[in-house]
Design a protein around this ligand. Structure first.
Ligand SMILES: [Zn+2]
Length: 134
């Protein structure tokens, strides 16, 4: 199975197998992959992060991906198909703390990359932005 842009049908991923939620490591950090190589995992719930404002000690729960989002190992993404967009902050990569940060060459906002030294390594596509075909 491969992931394609829903808008322009550009192939975004290499050929992968559909894994289960049990294959997803939501505790991964420091560049460890959240998804094994060669696998696509469909997340079964909305995912949130805690965001802290500088003048506020109470964290704000922020939606970072919606139910049905498609997670994949960055090594399984085709070269050069993802373009940085939105707020794309990080220390040496993308920390994924500011919402969607990757788009297709056609302009379709696809989802989020995590690639910073302290985050997991993961690409996560929004469910309505991509399609999975054989
Ligand atoms: Zn596209």
């Amino acid at each position: 199975m491969k992931i394609y842009c829903k808008k322009c049908h550009t192939q975004l991923s290499k050929d992968c197998q559909i894994g289960t939620i049990l294959d997803y490591d939501d505790k991964a950090q420091e560049t460890a992959p959240a998804v094994p190589n060669g696998m696509i995992i469909i997340l079964d719930e909305d995912k949130f992060i805690l965001s802290y404002l500088s003048n506020c000690e109470t964290p704000i729960k922020k939606l970072i991906s919606t139910k049905g989002a498609i997670a994949i190992n960055p090594n399984d993404i085709e070269d050069g198909v993802l373009i940085s967009c939105g707020k794309d902050n990080g220390c040496c990569g993308s920390d994924g703390m500011d919402g969607f940060n990757r788009k297709c060459k056609c302009g379709n906002i696809l989802g989020t990359e995590w690639s910073d030294c302290w985050t997991q390594a993961e690409i996560r596509f929004e469910p309505l932005k991509v399609e999975i075909w054989d």
